[in-house]
Design a protein around this ligand. Structure first.
Ligand code: G3P
Ligand code: CA
Length: 296
């Protein structure tokens, strides 16, 4: 399903459930969510790149969809421009998602802002721009959804050619300046970056992203070794055994990118959501909301 307008008025009646930011004892504050009977109250339902299935990924239009649908939060990807501004974009070039070309690290913010980041998704989104992290935080604040959280993926940082070595510091500076430090979690495929975020800001829950080609032999040991809080595997890697092992070690699991309702139900059946801090990330937050409110 694709929307027909830029400012979607989707599901004003959707129940805004609570993102329980309890990935470590510092942030533990369990709250009850309005859910279908039996739905795990601790499961944080997060939109992926805003709502990448419904609007152009990582644009303010997509983040508005996530807010309006009642997601508990949204995941997004962070990188930095040549002049040091933290922007929200997945790839290290602008080629796939905009009408421009080049590496983010080679472009200034002014150059990035000239690009159209919406038209490739659909003509209704023409004029969308690559947002800065600060603009996204402003949007969330203006929405008045005080429980909405941001899941900040640090895109490789030091591990990526041409990237500055201080992406983490720049992200934390924006969070401090906007007084948003208590409303985020963070994760990275580049595990030293997740560890660095945790080291620099211990109050922010940090997690290890794990893809199909990058599985640690011992997930509990990997989380402990990097001194982070949670494990974030691709959903195909989540088994009952893995979930039990991590939960027994009090390590929450935030899994991605779960777009098929059958997979969503499979993960629930295994016990995802039984530990505070567990989460499920989807390009289709409408499907996550259906799961919570109607069990389907
Ligand atoms: O939330 C994790 C997920 O976003 C990681 O994959 O490639 O979409 O950034 P990717
Ligand atoms: Ca991501």
């Amino acid at each position: 399903m694709r929307p027909t307008g830029r400012r979607l008025q989707i599901g004003a009646g959707c129940v805004a459930a609570l993102w329980v930011l309890t990935l470590n004892p510092l942030a533990r504050s369990a709250m009850a969510a309005e859910t279908t009977q039996g739905f795990p109250p601790h499961l944080s339902l997060q939109a992926h790149r805003g709502a990448a299935g419904l609007a152009p990924e990582n644009t303010l239009a997509a983040f508005r969809v996530a807010l309006e649908l009642g997601a508990d939060g949204t995941e997004m990807d962070l990188q930095v421009t040549r002049d040091g501004v933290v922007v929200v974009i997945h790839d290290d070039t602008v080629d796939r998602t905009t009408d421009g070309h080049g590496r983010i690290g080679d472009l200034t913010l002014a150059e990035v802002k000239r690009l159209d980041a919406g038209a490739k998704f659909g003509p209704a989104f023409r004029g969308e721009r690559i947002p800065t992290l600060r603009e996204l935080i402003d949007l969330v604040k203006a929405s008045g959804k005080d429980r909405f959280r941001l899941n900040l993926e640090i895109k490789f940082a030091e591990g990526r050619e041409g990237q500055p070595t201080d992406l983490e510091e720049r992200v934390l500076a924006v969070l401090a300046e906007t007084h948003f430090l208590d409303r985020v979690i963070t994760q990275s495929f580049y595990h030293p970056s997740a560890a660095k975020m945790k080291r620099l800001s211990p109050r922010i829950p940090a997690g290890l992203l794990v893809g199909q080609r990058q599985q640690p032999a011992d997930p509990v040991a990997a989380v402990r070794e990097h001194r982070v809080d949670y494990y974030a595997p691709h959903h195909s890697l989540v088994t009952s055994d893995l979930l039990r092992t991590l939960h027994q070690a009090s390590i929450p699991v935030v899994t991605w990118t779960v777009n098929d309702p059958t997979d969503m139900r499979r993960l629930l059946g295994m016990g995802l959501g039984s530990l505070p801090g567990d989460g499920m990330i989807s390009d289709y937050p409408d499907r996550l909301m259906n799961l919570r409110t109607h069990g389907q």
